[in-house]
Each structure stands twice: as structure tokens, then as C-alpha cells.
Write a new protein. Structure first.
Length: 282
């Protein structure tokens, strides 16, 4: 089975466990997901079955939109409720101060990712080392905050919505907000509302046409000879085509190709089956 779907991961389970359940439900041997959600988080997850897992690098998943709730006064090395080791009573703050802090976060931010993250250190996930009590040092990275707004402040909880670039950590945004207020804080709720064009609802599975989410020009008027060349993965020239990345679209398959400056073809992803047999189950 080959399919590209958007599903809603519930909280308190890992993405790997959720993927295992999907594979069992649909009888799929090969499957993968794009964009890890923390176990305590819930929301949209992009899943590919079969060869459609190869599409992930070519799909735009930005901006990512999240809703989160920050618990002021709680402290945890994972920046969420997984490892809270103390809670301190903190003073009420003015709502305008919170709004000003959120406004200051818009734009490009340089930060250090959480030690409980999927970042790799010498082949090991950072969270694996952190859970073993080992010292974890991560390099600073950048993220883009396209928009962030206050949803509600009910002391000691701040709920906000953030639109961010791929690879951003909302737990780190929560940490920045708490530090700006001069207190500790952890996320006690996190929901991924959307990834680019992908949005899933609770209990629903959205079957996605990959051609609708691949942001490359589509060419469909190829000759039978070119179709055969693409099907067989041959080297040939597209003399009348500008250089760039394209989707070569046919009735039963499509390919992602790059036309180079010398008009030769580079296969980025070839012969993706379009005759997918995917039956939605509830």
C-alpha cells in the first residue's frame, strides 16, 4: 500500500508507538512520519506508507502552527511536565507585559534546543543521553517565528498560538517567555494544529494527493518516447525546458526531476505509483 496521509496523534504516546498502531491497522510493512511530536504533545502528523515515505524531503511543511500552554513556576529539564521536580508560587503579571514579550519573539531567534530533543550527538538522540543522566551539550540553532499571539492568561497558565519554521521547538519558546518574566516555566499542553498545508482532526484520517502538496511545476504533455525514458530511468535531454525542478506527471505514475543547465535530466525521485489503493478506516 502506498499513501500519504495526515493523522491526529493523541497525547501520552510516542510517534513510533502511534506509527506501529497505524501499520498494524492497515497491514503496512513500510511506513514513516515527518516531524516528531513529543509524547505529551498531540496534533497533526504526516505519515507515508510504502514508497511515499520518500516524498517527505520534497514536501513543504512550513509554517508549523502550534497551540501551547505554559505553566509558570514549574521547573523541568525537559521543559514539559515529564520531569517536573519542583513548583514554586509566582506572582501575577500584567497581561500587556506578556503580550510585549510575545511580540519581541517574532522574527529570527538564535537559541539552544532542549536537551530532551531528537537532536543527534555522535549518532545518539539527545533525549536518550539526557535520560541516562549524561551531560548533553547542543549547538545553537536558528528558528523563525512568523507570528505568535496570546490566547489566554489564567494565572499561572499562559496559552499562546505560534506559527514557526520547520525544526522549531515550542518548549524553547515557552522557556524564553518564562525567563523574560523572571520565573521558571514548562509546557503543560502542546498541540500541533497544522504543518504547511497539512491539518488533521481528531479521529479522522486525511488521504492526500501528493501532487497537491509538491510545490514544483507539473509537466504532463510529454511524448511517448520521453515517457518511456522516464519509466526506464534513462539519461536524456529536455532541450526545450528551462533548468529547474519539475514534476513529470503521467496517468499511472509521476517523477520528480531536475533539468540541469546542459538540459540533461537528474532523477530526484522516479516512478512514483499513482494508482494507490488506500481505504480509510475508522
Amino acid at each position: 500500500m502506498e499513501a500519504l496521509i495526515a493523522v491526529y496523534k493523541p497525547s501520552q504516546i510516542s510517534c513510533n508507538f502511534f506509527l506501529h498502531k497505524l501499520k498494524h491497522t492497515y497491514g503496512v510493512k513500510k511506513a514513516g512520519y515527518s516531524g516528531t511530536l513529543d509524547p505529551f504533545a498531540r496534533g497533526s502528523l504526516i505519515v507515508g506508507f510504502g514508497s511515499y515515505t520518500k516524498l517527505f524531503p520534497y514536501i513543504s511543511k512550513s509554517p508549523k502552527v502550534y497551540k501551547a500552554t505554559l505553566w509558570l513556576g514549574a521547573k523541568s529539564p525537559s521543559l514539559d511536565t515529564e520531569n517536573v521536580f519542583y513548583v514554586k508560587k509566582v506572582d501575577h503579571v500584567e497581561e500587556n507585559k506578556i503580550r510585549n514579550i510575545l511580540d519581541s519573539l517574532k522574527g529570527e531567534i538564535v537559541y539552544t534546543p532542549p536537551i530532551y530533543s531528537a537532536k543527534k550527538i555522535q549518532g545518539k538522540r539527545a533525549y536518550e543521553l539526557a535520560r541516562l543522566g549524561m551531560e548533553v551539550k547542543l549547538s545553537q540553532v536558528k528558528m523563525q517565528v512568523f507570528d505568535i499571539e496570546l490566547l489566554q492568561y489564567c494565572h499561572p497558565y499562559i496559552s499562546f498560538c505560534a506559527s514557526v519554521s520547520e525544526g522549531a521547538y515550542i518548549r524553547s519558546i515557552g522557556e524564553m517567555i518564562a525567563k523574560a518574566l523572571g520565573v521558571d516555566g514548562v509546557l503543560c499542553s502542546l498541540e500541533r494544529v497544522r504543518e504547511g498545508k497539512f491539518q488533521a482532526k481528531v479521529g479522522k484520517i486525511e488521504n492526500i494527493n501528493p501532487l497537491s502538496v509538491l510545490d514544483y511545476p507539473i509537466i504532463s504533455d510529454f511524448s511517448d518516447e520521453i515517457r518511456e525514458n522516464l519509466w526506464l530511468g534513462r539519461k536524456f535531454l529536455l532541450k526545450n525546458q528551462r533548468s529547474g525542478i519539475y514534476i513529470a506527471n503521467f496517468e499511472d505514475f509521476f517523477s520528480i526531476i531536475e533539468v540541469l543547465e546542459d538540459k540533461s535530466i537528474k532523477y530526484l525521485l522516479n516512478r512514483m505509483n499513482k494508482n494507490v489503493n488506500f481505504i480509510k478506516k475508522t
